[in-house]
Design a protein around this ligand. Structure first.
Ligand code: GMT
Length: 374
């Protein structure tokens, strides 16, 4: 199959998932065409079945806002035509679903049919998408997609609540390559971060408000009172300065480190003992699944789709949003005893395997097959 994948090329979960999906499909012999404004961050290897098409937006003094969506639609028309794509799979509704709709209409006028699959990822519905400035276009372009998927039951249900969606939304869970995440910790790296054998807690995100990163700092400060620990912050974003200030205020600045945006998450997760995710909402929480795949238990909120991927009391614990005391107590419970930690680690890894790439990717292939022109 020749498949066009449209996604955000950045470190966000939707871009990561789309890129990993494309790579997995390419390994299975499909021809994959990534169409986006920049090389996706996880697209870091050569594969003869992978093509990358950059969307270039022409600048012009008249444009205060360069029309990316128009450029994307035009590029889609070009790639579908010149590479005879069979299907377009767009990740994150805004503006990818409407750009794909426009491309499909243009191609239809030329007598070509291209099925469009839209995968909803979370904030494209629950945060940005529902905003009045986008909502009518989002609802329309979702309804016009040939098939719609959501990354959790929660996101599917939220989409039905927020928009008047007339079609079936299938749930296809996000996935992880559990093989890739089973790395042996690099001792030298662990020693640099935790020279005296401290426990290592970790958080990775885009540091947006929805992640409540200040809660992470407060939980860490609490844990650190009882268990000598270090905190690794992976990623970057607008809430980082506030988190740093709070670390200073709570006297834990010396015990934490910002390591910035990282491509090799598996290397970092290999040295972590506990992953914290305090979000107000997560449609899925791919970062938590990647942690579990690396055998790292997760303490998270019970928001959105998180209860669908974690098992309370087994792979870690789920608490109410903002319940710092509960999350701190659970973190200490897991970290205070080597044997307890070991069993949570084993449970996390075992459960992550139910979301292994080999179970999930065939679900997308089966969906594509339904729309192929015979
Ligand atoms: O979490 C973010 O802000 C990034 C965002 C994205 O679109 O890249 O993540 C969303 O999609 C991920 C992949 O499906 C999910 O794992 C995240 O839970 C989801 N984020 C939210 O729902 C806030």
């Amino acid at each position: 199959m020749k498949i066009g994948i449209v996604c955000y090329p950045t470190f966000g979960g939707s871009g990561v998932l789309a890129t990993e999906l494309g790579k997995a499909l390419a390994d299975k012999g499909h021809q994959i065409h990534f169409i986006t404004y920049q090389q996706p961050v996880r697209l870091n290897e050569f594969n003869a079945n992978i093509f990358y098409h950059e969307v270039r937006v022409t600048t012009y003094p008249l444009f205060d806002y360069p029309p990316y969506e128009t450029a994307l639609s035009s590029t889609l028309v070009d790639v579908v035509t010149n590479y005879q794509l069979d299907i377009l799979h767009v990740h994150y509704a805004i503006p990818h679903a409407s750009a794909a709709y426009m491309a499909r209409k243009i191609l239809e006028a030329q007598g070509k049919r291209i099925p469009v699959i839209t995968t909803l990822h979370g904030t494209d519905i629950t945060l940005v998408g529902r905003d009045k400035t986008f909502a009518p276009v989002v609802a329309f372009s979702i309804n016009e997609s040939d098939a719609i998927t959501a990354v959790s039951r929660n996101l599917r249900d939220e989409t039905y609540k927020i928009f008047d969606i007339k079609k079936e939304i299938r749930v296809i869970y996000n996935f992880v390559d559990t093989h890739r995440f089973r790395k042996k910790p690099i001792d030298a790296f662990r020693k640099v971060i935790a020279p005296n054998g401290e426990r290592i807690l970790m958080h990775a995100s885009n540091f947006r408000k929805i992640k409540r990163v200040q809660d992470i700092v407060r939980i860490f400060a609490e844990v650190n009172k009882t268990i000598p620990s270090k905190l690794l912050f992976v990623g970057d974003g607008p809430e980082r300065p506030g988190a740093e200030d709070l670390c200073r205020e709570l006297g834990v600045y010396e015990d934490m480190r910002f390591v910035g945006k990282q491509e090799q998450m598996e290397e970092i997760l290999a040295i972590a003992d506990l992953f914290l995710l305090t979000s107000e909402y997560e449609s899925f929480g791919l970062a938590a699944l990647e942690a579990m795949a690396a055998g790292v238990p997760v303490i998270s909120t019970d928001a959105g789709g998180l209860p669908e991927i974690a098992i309370n009391g087994k792979t870690g614990f789920l608490s109410k949003v903002g319940d710092i005391a509960d999350m701190s107590r659970h973190a200490i419970e897991i970290l205070k005893d080597d044997e307890v930690l070991k069993s949570f680690k084993a449970n996390a890894l075992a459960h992550a395997k139910t979301f292994d790439i080999h179970h999930i990717v065939p679900q997308y292939e089966a969906l594509y097959n339904r729309f192929l022109v015979p």
